[in-house]
Design a protein. Structure first.
Length: 337
């Protein structure tokens, strides 16, 4: 009987191969198991943030997009208002804070200006004024015209325009337009040039008892000045005044009505400082009073005291600033106790 060796040997080979595959697979599983387990464990571990990507929490009331002088100040105002202000004042202050954070300078200005007409503690009112003064650096005293501002606009210079004429149409001194536009020579205007113009006039209210004077553009608060007032027997009269046409002078010749001495601008003891704005009375209390003015002083230690002959004294640098804002025949001053 013939023996079929070929079929029997094939069966053995198949069994051998199957056994070999099982053994190899088991060995591979044993060998690779620790790496697979380690990798699995690594995947489920939470990732810890590094110092470089950690974020500092934003504090309540903190504004992020404005300079610290503005944002920190308003945050402090809101914080104080939480304790001393009524709900309406607090809501408006928070609204102004939000406007500043979004770069809406004019909206913030208008809201804070409305707040000044509301009842609040004097300390809070002074802080609101300080924030308005800070905002004025952006909307008023820079060359930039803020979006939505009805008090400032851009003007395209036409052929034949003079800066003095442009300023007069807007009821502000031309030197003020020179200042905010960085113009060094009023004759350097050229047709087609774009300049910033301001819708005047400026006005002021002097509070005699507190020796302060608040400056406004139309009815929008700008800043406050410390002043000196009339001494006993020469008190500064209360009432309404207007900057007299032809009454703005730099170191005019002046005769002291008490001593009769005449001072010239180059006298070493010239008493009137660096500027003079003559006032004319325009209500029933002031219309017959003459000789009243806003001026500087050689003795700045008298600012904040009753020491003049009835005039209002300012620091010499500040009288020049006001001189460049007050428009003759337009700007008014109200003096109150």
């Amino acid at each position: 009987m013939a023996v079929n060796y070929g079929k029997k040997q094939g069966s053995k080979n198949i069994v051998f191969y199957v056994a070999a595959v099982i053994i190899l697979a088991g060995a591979a599983a044993v060998f690779f198991y620790p790496f697979g387990k380690k990798k699995e464990n690594q995947e489920v571990q939470p990732v810890q943030p590094t110092t470089a990507v950690q974020q500092t929490p934003v504090k309540q009331g903190q504004l992020q997009t404005q300079p610290a002088q503005q944002t920190g100040g308003l945050g402090q105002v809101v914080s104080e208002a939480n304790n001393v202000a009524g709900p309406r004042v607090l809501a408006l202050l928070k609204d102004a804070q939000q406007c500043v954070s979004e770069g809406k300078i004019v909206a913030a200005r208008n809201t804070l200006n409305d707040v000044l007409n509301m009842a609040m503690e004097d300390s809070l009112r002074q802080q609101v004024k300080q924030q308005l003064q800070t905002l004025a650096n952006d909307w008023l005293l820079s060359k930039t015209v803020q979006f939505g501002d009805n008090l400032c606009s851009n003007y395209k210079v036409e052929s034949g325009d003079l800066l003095s004429g442009i300023a007069a149409k807007h009821k502000v001194p031309y030197k003020f337009l020179m200042k905010i536009n960085n113009i060094t020579n009023e004759k350097s205007l050229r047709a087609g040039q774009i300049i910033k113009v301001v819708e005047g006039p400026f006005h002021a209210v002097a509070y005699l008892s507190s020796f302060t004077m608040d400056l406004y553009l139309q009815n929008v608060y700008v800043k406050s000045y410390k002043i000196g007032t009339g001494r006993q027997g020469k008190e500064t009269p209360t009432g309404l005044w207007r900057a007299k046409v032809g009454g703005k002078l730099i170191k005019p010749v002046w005769t002291d009505p008490e001593t009769g001495r005449t001072y010239k601008s180059d006298d070493p003891d010239y008493p009137l400082g660096s500027g003079w704005i003559a006032l004319e009375g325009i209500d029933s209390r002031t219309q017959n009073i003459s000789g009243i003015a806003i001026h500087g002083t050689k003795d700045e230690a008298t600012i904040g005291t009753k020491s003049s002959q009835g005039c209002i004294r300012l620091f010499n640098g500040e009288i020049i600033e006001l001189y460049d804002m007050f428009q003759e025949g337009c700007s008014e001053l109200r003096t109150v106790e």
